[in-house]
Design a protein around this ligand. Sequence first.
Ligand code: PTJ
Length: 261
Amino acid sequence: MTFVPKTHPRYKSLLNREKVVEALDKGILAKAGLTAHGRGEAFDYLIGEETTDIALKSIKASAAMLVLAENPVISINGNTIALAKEEIVQLAEELNGKIEVNLFYRTKEREENIKKAFEEDSNIKEKIEDNKIKLLGIDDADKQIPNLDSLRGKVSEEGIYSSDVVLVPLEDGDRTEALVNMGKKVISIDLNPLSRTARKSTITIVDELTRCIPLLTKYIKEYKKIDKQELRKIIDEYDNKENLKEMLSYISNRLKNMELE
Ligand code: PTJ
């Protein structure tokens, strides 16, 4: 990885870029993952590169939904692994440990490279061996999401197929819609509030992946200690369309009031 000085004003952003490039070199990231990352960066600029209170509302509602879920699954793709492998493992440990690899550009080679990326981390390997973490969707993706023709349609019975809540960072709209049509609740993480994914999801977190996953984990830990009735209230009071509208007004007001030095 190229050296990025910590003092650089855009340190975090440059580090994330390095991570996606490295994942491409290791055959984990799809080539198209680079352009998807760039689109994310552009939207993050518009948001101000921080977790807004609007996104925090979505994070809290998602935490409540994941705590109440009976069979939650975290779906991961190349970009998610590139940027937040350890953070995803920490999040899964607070839930039932289920992480499912689900790729749009699915190849045997990428599946193998992804498996290797998890297993070459001795900490994660130990967690897999101790059954604290289950890496699904590689050898067991033999179920099909109805009405979804892309390779994202191949899922694990133990994972996404039988889940009630699916967390999908960096998603494509087609699968979100197909999952919702299967009766599942879909929580997506997408910096683009205009995307089909954002509009079709049960809850959309318009925030950057590496900023919001640790926050999600933090609230899940907190919410596990509180009354279920309270959690249902948090979910009932959440409105995804309203949240997206708020996010669009936030961006537009931010741009209107922006002063360039
Ligand atoms: O690994 P694969 O084969 O499953 O392929 C993954 C990609 C990302 C290529 C595939 O899912 C894809 O084409 O996605 P899209 O349709 O480009 O959507 C990705 C969305 O994620 C875009 O709306 C971006 O704004 C958003 N995004 C990119 N980087 C981040 C992000 N959202 C949150 N955090 C990010 N770091």
